[in-house]
Design a binder for this molecule. Structure first.
Ligand code: 5HM
Length: 310
């Protein structure tokens, strides 16, 4: 249990390095702990401030990919250049979460909001990501996330995520980022505060290939605590539609204007998308490219702090 993502990652990496059991599943040697419960007490402290893990663009891109209900390979590849296609030339991602979360004919996020509004104490606000169709042999990828369960308790919205498998170095931080953002979206739609975030993992592992990087992360020491600002209260779905339109236009290189009718919270995320675009556009601007690599959460945080001081 920890109050920030960095504190949680510190504990997880230490545990995996000290006592992870060696396993050899589908993707190379890994050190594993099974049946783990991680808890982030402040779900807004979802960003890392370290040099090693502060990769806000890929997290933000993946989160928007989910929200868009999208399964296009080109969408996610724009944000995560190492994202592997299911097979050579694949244009869709079979295990994509987007269509499972927000199908055209059934938006599970809105369903959860409606259900909890009607039955605040419900134990049924569960979104299944992992589905029967994933239980076939030899699929290239199957979702690592099984379910998201929302519980409104004491006027706070808790989220319990169950993952069958979680890569502690590459997957875990982005997963926590996206799911706590979804937690806050549902909380705002219900007009309550987000509560605890719990992350239940069947197999939590660190690949041998990332072990040195995890050690380097630990060597950076503890970072100053930071949390994202509070999402604007009230129904966030219309604002999400606007940001998704902006994201798409930006990704397609149309250079849209920042939607100034949006609350500052969403405008700031739109600015991050523009900065990311700028880094891609000007191939000759080495400095900009470098800035894109480094202009991760730290710069975003400095920017928020500056705003808060004003
Ligand atoms: O063998 P398996 O299907 O579990 O391999 C998938 C790998 O991707 C695992 O290391 C898993 O932990 C990681 N992963 C993750 O950590 C994958 C996804 C995508 O569903 C994710 N987090 N969100």
């Amino acid at each position: 249990r920890a109050s920030t993502l960095d504190d949680l990652l510190n504990e997880v990496f230490r545990r995996l390095i000290a006592s992870g059991q060696e396993t050899y599943p589908s993707k190379g040697k890994a050190f594993e702990v099974t049946g783990v419960v991680l808890e982030l007490t402040n779900p807004r402290a979802r960003m890392s401030r370290t040099e090693a893990r502060a990769v806000i663009f890929s997290w933000l891109g993946e989160f928007l990919w989910y929200l868009a209900g999208n399964d296009d390979f080109s969408f996610i590849r724009y944000y995560i250049k190492d994202y592997k296609p299911d097979y050579k030339g694949a244009t869709k991602v079979m295990a994509a979460y987007g269509p499972r979360l927000r199908a055209k004919n059934k938006d599970q996020l809105k369903w959860v909001v409606d259900l909890i509004k009607k039955k605040p104490d419900t134990r049924r606000a569960v979104i299944p990501i992992y589905q029967p169709k994933d239980t076939q042999a030899n699929l290239p990828e199957v979702p690592c996330t099984c379910t998201l369960q929302f519980l409104l308790r004491g006027r706070r919205l808790e989220l319990i995520t169950h993952m069958r498998s979680n890569d502690a170095y590459v997957g875990l931080p982005g997963d926590i980022f996206a799911f706590t953002m979804i937690q806050e979206i549902i909380a705002m739609a219900l007009n309550v505060e987000p509560g605890r975030y719990k992350h239940l993992v069947g197999s939590l592992h660190l690949y041998d290939a990332d072990r040195r990087k995890a050690e380097r992360y630990l060597a950076e020491g503890f970072q100053k605590k930071v949390a994202m600002p509070i999402m604007p209260l009230g129904d966030p779905f219309p604002q999400i539609e606007t940001i998704l339109r902006f994201e798409r236009a930006t990704r397609l290189g149309r250079h849209p204007r920042i939607p100034t009718d949006l609350p500052v919270y969403w405008q700031d995320l739109a600015r991050l998308l523009s900065i990311f675009r700028a880094g891609k556009d000007d191939a000759s601007a080495a400095m900009l490219r470098n800035m894109r690599k480094r202009m991760h959460s730290d710069a975003y945080i400095a920017y928020i702090e500056m705003r808060q001081q004003k």
